[in-house]
Design a binder for this molecule. Structure first.
Ligand code: SF4
Length: 427
């Protein structure tokens, strides 16, 4: 069979299979380019089951490009909170503003115009152009790469430049003019449900008779992938954070845009332990982990806290460890109190922390704190946290320390002045 005939047969089998066997997913019930764009961005690196509730909440909250463009970045990051890869949310917001400013609030139809927009790469442009507008454009993502590498027995590392070029060329040859959207979705669907990374279901695959990897018994060893680093080999980011509560409120800082977690709220932190005391605009005093503000003296007043200065061997109250896609994160949290009022939002910045704690000098690790200059500090209650963009690390730290100290339990008794609010008791 000629390669052209094989390609035509592969394409028609994939389209036919998709039309019969596709899963009923919310973004497949619409041709709205905006909704398809949102779904495609959310689905990158995220499972379908995880993405569905985010997608539904997002469209309820920002039903159009104009609604997204008119929202604050804080609102956008809050809606994205938990999905990870926060630059995608920032880019969605930036792109929506660009669409309102220069495209009358609509996505352009052609992949060439789409790829010029902030945050839209070749994959997303191809997906929107083919699925929403019916243009003959290819897509290549991880699922597509695996399926094509197996059907055509590609020997290239699929993540290499040569491998990517071969995959895009192949996808471009295959995509049919009369059903580009169904073909592209069919390839992705096949990779997600049949031609899975391990133990592909070849006996029920619509292209089993055309698949070179199956014919040679290599379906489990293709595609060729670069060797993955073990978690322990990834660059380590060391960070030191402050847990400062006042009544039922917790002091958080918002990272400036740029770098990892840009625009998200977190416990104030820096990679240089020696700079923790200089991080905030008012003096702080470190507290021992077991300090209990509820231990009152006979006169009903709090005894003065047992303060410790950092250099006298202060212990963290908690250590958070997490493996990210290209690095490991370790955050040690220290308990402290602050004197003086920090405004609701202040244009406060701190000097650039040192990079001394980076273990291997990789520049990938550096963007965690290099661009993390804060643009605001604020006291947050548990309910106001729900409206903030928080990383999974920050969320986990707050949940764990809430169990230890129960800081938010006095929320119902909240008063307007932090000074009047009684501290919650530690567990
Ligand atoms: S026959 Fe097997 S390896 Fe080939 S595309 Fe189908 S599921 Fe994948």
């Amino acid at each position: 069979m000629s390669s052209r005939s094989k390609n035509r047969l592969v394409a028609s089998k994939i389209v036919g299979h998709f039309r019969c066997a596709k899963r009923d997913l919310p973004w497949r019930r619409t041709r709205d380019p905006y909704a398809i764009w949102i779904s495609e961005v959310m689905l990158q690196q995220t499972r379908v089951a995880t993405a569905i509730p985010y997608y539904q909440r997002w469209l309820a909250r920002f039903p159009t490009v104009r609604d997204l463009a008119g929202a604050s970045l804080d609102d956008v990051l809050a809606a994205w909170s938990g999905l990870g890869y926060y630059s995608r949310a920032r880019n969605l917001h930036r792109c929506a503003r660009e669409l309102v400013a220069n495209h009358r609030g609509s996505l352009p139809e052609s992949a060439r115009a789409l790829v010029e927009l902030p945050g839209i790469g070749r994959y997303t442009a191809g997906a929107i152009a083919s699925i929403a507008f019916g243009h003959r454009e290819p897509v290549v993502d991880g699922n597509v790469a695996r399926v094509l590498a197996r059907i055509y027995e590609l020997e290239h590392d699929v993540k290499s430049t040569a491998g990517m070029r071969a995959l895009w060329d192949l996808a471009d040859d295959l995509v049919p003019a009369d059903a580009p959207g169904d073909f592209n979705q069919g390839l992705m669907e096949l990779g997600a449900t049949v031609c899975t990374p391990t133990r592909p279901s070849c006996p029920i695959c619509p292209v089993r008779g055309l698949c070179s990897a199956r014919a040679s018994g290599r379906q489990e060893t293709l595609p060729v992938m670069p060797s993955r680093k073990r978690a322990s080999q990834l660059p380590l980011i060391d960070s030191n954070a402050l847990w400062i509560e006042r009544g039922n409120r917790l002091l958080l800082a918002r990272r400036g845009l740029g770098g990892l977690y840009g625009g998200l709220w977190e416990l104030p932190q820096t990679d240089d332990l020696g700079q923790l005391e200089a991080l905030l605009p008012a003096p702080i005093h470190f507290l021992p982990p077991d300090h209990s503000p509820s231990r009152q003296g006979r006169d009903g007043r709090d005894p003065p806290p047992r303060r410790r200065q950092l250099r006298s061997g202060l212990e963290p109250v908690l250590e958070h460890r997490q493996v990210l896609s290209h690095r490991q994160l370790r955050i040690r949290v220290y308990r402290a109190e602050i004197r003086g009022l920090v405004g609701k939002t202040s244009e406060l910045r701190y000097s650039k922390p040192s990079r001394a704690n980076e273990r291997d000098g990789s520049d990938r690790a550096g963007d965690y704190n290099d661009d993390a200059r804060y643009d605001a500090f604020a006291w947050h209650t548990r309910s106001s946290l729900a409206k903030c963009g928080l990383s999974a690390a920050t969320r986990s730290i707050i949940d764990r320390l809430e169990e230890m100290y129960g800081w938010s339990k006095n929320e119902k008794r909240s008063t307007s002045s932090p000074k009047d609010t009684k501290r919650s008791s530690p567990a």
